[in-house]
Design a protein around this ligand. Structure first.
Ligand SMILES: Nc1ncnc2c1ncn2[C@@H]1O[C@H](COP(=O)(O)OP(=O)(O)O)[C@@H](O)[C@H]1O
Ligand SMILES: CC(C)(COP(=O)(O)O)[C@@H](O)C(=O)NCCC(=O)O
Length: 390
């Protein structure tokens, strides 16, 4: 090949490369301009509660959410401030809904992390529910320039719940043939339940978050808050941290699986030496949570941290079960749905609640649970700005 030919070929290659690079740059610029023109905030729904922040986002197409998605995955990978519940991801027409959790006390860290990425400039408003929508609105506005659009917590809860009931097959489950002793042990079978829409209302909804809210739901738009109790998931976690070595909910959960509450609690048998037959109270009926501790000179001797975790779990759950049953009785509802993150990966509590409702109602009422139990508020906030998904 002559020198001249080589020169021509090299020139063509260089020009080609320059053109290609320019096109790539133009494409990238177009994408950035496209982003800047749009407010991506409506792809999100956030619920910032007393203990946990929940974030859901709609990935309509990977390009549009590009950097946000990468951030969330990256954040997930390094286990930083937020955790993605990958097994919860939902497929919806034209996209996917992703689910994330972070501790409310780490919200500032999340904001700080987001600040160092540029994508927050693409988000101008974000629907948000829970107490944090009020408490942290200035933080979002001042640091990220994001305006939190406040959505009512209970209304979002019902919207999110209705959405999963309508669109997610196998979302609800219960425990059939509930027979258990009073320490949450039992063989009841976990069973998926499909309730026809025509039979759904009215029902009782018990949201076990930091505290507990109890609602009578008569339709998707009609509900009343019939009761509540301050002894909720926050109480369980708080007392666990105070009374045992466990530092997190997940550690406390693992421990409670192997714990034995009999070393801590007082049963009918401890008091009567057997059952209290006149009132059909068997010997293993829980008579007094933590009761044994009050009778010991050195309560901690012979008691393991796992036993404390188990006993606290049974105490909080039994109490919520009883308040729920009484509220259902007062509200004339047969089905009781339990949700909230206290029930996250917490089968002891859900079995115990199923047992308590069956026991108190003499099998006339049924407790039901959800796979996406902790995300209804955030989902409701997302739906408020994406009505086409409903
Ligand atoms: N990773 C976790 N960190 C802290 N608490 C958790 C976690 N997972 C489940 N929980 C339980 O969930 C409760 C919070 O439930 P949630 O429905 O998110 O309520 P809130 O909106 O009040 O934060 C906690 O009090 C705790 O019992
Ligand atoms: C104040 C709350 C609605 C806040 O919701 P949360 O963040 O606990 O999910 C809830 O904690 C609650 O209903 N507490 C019980 C208040 C009562 O005694 O009725």
């Amino acid at each position: 090949m002559s020198v001249a030919t080589r020169f021509v070929l090299a020139a063509i290659t260089v020009v080609g490369l320059v053109v290609l690079r320019k096109r790539k740059l133009q494409k990238l610029q177009a994408r950035i301009i496209y982003h800047r023109d749009k407010d991506l905030g409506h792809h999100f729904g956030m619920d910032v509660g007393g203990t946990l922040g929940k974030l859901v986002y709609l990935e309509k197409d990977a390009v549009e959410l590009g950097e946000v998605h990468e951030y969330l995955i990256e954040n997930d990978k390094y286990g930083k401030s937020a955790q993605r519940d990958a097994n919860m991801m939902l497929q919806v027409p034209g996209g996917h809904i992703h689910f994330l959790r972070f501790e409310t006390t780490k919200l500032e860290q999340v904001v700080e992390f987001v600040l160092h990425r540029c994508f927050h400039r693409d988000i101008r408003t974000m629907p948000c529910t829970g107490g944090g929508a009020f408490k942290f609105s200035k933080l979002f506005e001042d640091h990220l320039g994001i305006n939190l659009q406040k959505c009512d917590e209970l209304s979002c809860l019902i919207q999110g719940l209705s959405f999963v009931m309508r669109h997610v097959p196998d979302e609800c489950y219960t425990f059939k043939n509930v027979s258990m002793n009073h320490q949450g042990m039992g063989q009841a079978t976990k069973t998926i339940i499909h309730t026809p829409a025509s039979e759904l209302y009215p029902f009782l909804l018990v949201n076990i978050g930091s505290g507990v809210s109890i609602l009578k739901v008569s339709s998707e738009t009609e509900y009343t808050r019939v009761s509540g109790t301050s002894l909720g998931g926050g109480t369980y976690l708080g007392l666990c941290k105070l009374l045992s070595k466990y530092k997190s909910f997940d550690e406390a959960m693992d421990a409670s699986i192997v714990g034995d509450s009999n070393t801590v609690d007082m049963t009918v048998g401890d008091i009567y030496g057997g059952g209290y037959s006149q009132f059909k109270l068997s010997a293993d009926t829980l008579a007094s949570s933590f009761g044994k501790m009050g009778t010991k000179y050195e309560p901690k001797v012979g008691v393991r941290d796992e036993d404390v975790a188990r006993s606290l779990l049974i105490m909080i759950t039994t109490n919520i079960g009883q308040v729920a049953y009484l509220s259902a009785l007062r509200s004339n509802t047969q089905r009781i749905y339990f949700c909230g993150n206290f029930l996250r990966q917490n089968e002891i509590a859900s079995r115990q609640l199923a047992y308590a409702i069956d026991y108190w109602s003499k099998s006339k009422m049924e407790a039901q649970f959800f796979h996406h139990e902790g995300f209804f508020g955030a989902l409701g906030a997302l739906l408020a700005h994406n009505p086409e998904l409903i």
